[in-house]
Design a protein around this ligand. Structure first.
Ligand code: NAD
Ligand code: 6OD
Length: 499
């Protein structure tokens, strides 16, 4: 893996984003669009066209035609080997994807080169493997005449899938949906986040290079409500909507999908707890907390914003975490020493800083951070905030109850297992949790009582892509991953044959 010394010097990807419709890159005819801004320094990367009804309609029609045409007729073997080649081509163009992703997001290349881009490829290989193993049920049954009948299940692709994705892990989260959708025979129209248009556009080049039939993978750019996102989810030609993003947007998307009774798969927000028992390995727990709170500048849905630390080790844990956080270097993506990048945008920075102010107003002790960092002049236009730790807030402060999506956490002491399970579950969300303890029975006991989609014990973001992934409560609907993805991306017909 080659981390570029200058992201902008990487020549192999377009700086101006394009829609990708029916295998063709186009700026569309809406006459609208916006400048794509690099959050590292506030500089302009390029232009992004905004799709109108005409582009959305053309993309959905192209996806339908491909479904009923070349893609629908292709054998499973050809389809899956083509998608394996997509993964290989992503890897061949690794540096282009890496530079595009880091320019759009400002995230450290050291992070994107280990997580975002490799997962962009792995999401295709894993789901091609799954698609090859799909089998269905068969139930012979007796009938009154003694002849019997045979029931067997048939799985068909669901159809044209709308993929709506966020900005925090753009390629990873988009391909997490596109991979299974295509492997299981569907076609897609992707609406990437307005903040991160580049890697979705670049994937169009990969599709053409590999020879994926036109119309199988389409991309339209735009915003969410009252823009391309809403037009796409309302389009009657869409058979299902798979969405990753905030809970608020998830509600709107679910409403849009209700017309025509289209199924949704929703991976939404969280306010995830981390529980540190006094019997943990404290150094490992501090290292785990560092990653779960501050990776990707805290802009990870699975990240931890509420830490509960058992009282005997509370002071020691807070001191160690503070020291580690204060060693974190903020800087350019291409600098290998950079541990943390900026917020995705000025708008998001303002939101995060409003919680920093609220924490102080609510009486928090600011253990570290809490402000805007001093950055070198060339980065002063970037969306920077300090990594931040608070203690001393009441359980009902919005800083403790609402998703901030920034590099910050509140740490609260607790005494008993029962108490901390109650605190952890006292939220409308239910995405993820992490528990640190060396007591095996306690680990299993607590893990089984947390109301979340995924609970990590003595780890964080350890992912086996075959496992069920999704959120409980307001953190989502449905599970994707491995064979669990069959539920959303295929439609089942039971054929009953009287013998
Ligand atoms: P967002 O909800 O603002 O936007 C996500 C996407 O939805 C964007 O492409 C946006 O344009 C689109 N969108 C918004 N409203 C829409 C509408 N009415 N119709 C159609 N499309 C619409 O989220 P974000 O700010 O991009 O991402 C951060 C949020 O995503 C956080 O809440 C985070 O927790 C969540 N997230 C969840 C997961 C998960 O797996 N559960 C993963 C990553 C991010
Ligand atoms: O690892 C994944 O598959 C996944 N969906 C991660 C989500 C991260 C949220 O920011």
């Amino acid at each position: 893996m080659n981390i570029q010394t200058d992201l902008r010097a990487q020549a192999g990807f377009r700086r101006d984003a394009s829609h990708f419709i029916d295998g063709v890159f186009t700026q569309g005819n809406s006459g609208k669009g916006w400048d794509n801004i690099c959050p590292v320094d506030g500089s302009r990367i390029g232009f992004v066209p905004e799709a109108g009804e005409a582009e959305v309609d053309a993309a959905v029609k192209a996806a339908r035609a491909a479904l009923e045409g070349a893609w629908g007729r292709m054998s499973l073997a050809d389809r899956t080997s083509m998608l394996a080649e997509v993964a290989a081509e992503i890897n061949r163009r690794f540096d282009d994807f890496l530079s595009a992703e880091c320019l759009d997001t400002g995230k450290p290349a050291s992070l994107a080169s280990h997580i975002d881009i490799p997962r962009g490829a792995a999401n295709f290989t894993m789901f091609t493997d799954v698609a090859k193993t799909v089998s269905t049920e068969c139930f012979p049954m007796p009938t009154p005449d003694g002849a019997g009948a045979l029931n067997y299940g048939l799985r068909r692709p669901r159809g044209v899938i709308a993929v709506i994705s966020p900005w925090n892990l753009p390629l990873l989260l988009m391909t997490w949906k596109v991979g299974p959708a295509l492997a299981l025979g569907n076609t897609v129209v992707v609406k990437p986040s307005e903040a991160t248009p580049l890697t979705a556009t670049l994937l169009g080049e990969v599709m053409n290079k590999v020879g994926v039939p036109k119309g199988v993978y389409n991309v339209i750019h735009g915003f969410g409500g009252n823009s391309a996102g809403q037009m796409l989810t309302q389009h009657p030609g869409v058979n299902g909507v798979t969405f990753t993003g905030s809970t608020k947007s998830g509600e709107n998307i679910m409403r849009a999908a209700a017309t025509g009774i289209r199924p949704v798969s929703l991976e939404l927000g969280g306010k995830n707890p981390g529980i540190i028992f006094a019997d943990c390995d404290i150094d490992k727990a501090v290292e785990g907390a560092m990653r779960s709170v501050f990776s990707n500048s805290g802009q990870v849905c699975l990240g931890t914003e509420r830490l509960y630390v058992q009282r005997p080790i509370f002071d020691a844990f807070v001191a160690k975490l503070k020291a580690t956080v204060e060693a974190l270097k903020l800087g350019r993506p291409e600098d290998p020493a950079t541990g943390m990048g900026p917020m995705i945008s000025e708008t998001h920075r303002k939101k995060v800083l409003s919680y920093y102010a609220r924490a102080v107003a609510d009486g928090a002790t600011v253990v570290t951070g809490g402000a805007v960092p001093d950055m070198p002049a060339e980065l002063a236009g970037g969306a920077w905030v300090q990594p931040t730790i608070w203690t001393g807030l009441a359980d009902d402060s919005p800083v403790v109850t609402e998703e901030i999506f920034g590099p910050c956490c509140h740490i609260r002491p607790f005494d008993t297992e029962e108490e901390v399970i109650h605190l952890a579950n006292a939220t409308p969300y239910g995405l993820a949790a992490m528990v640190w303890t060396e007591n095996l029975s306690r680990a299993h006991r607590v893990g089984s009582k947390l109301q979340v989609g995924i609970c990590w014990i003595n780890s964080w973001f350890l992912r086996d892509l075959r496992t069920a992934f999704g959120g409980a409560k307001a953190s989502g609907i449905g599970r994707e991953g491995g064979v669990h993805s069959l539920e959303f991306y295929t439609e089942m017909t039971n054929v009953c044959v009287k013998l």
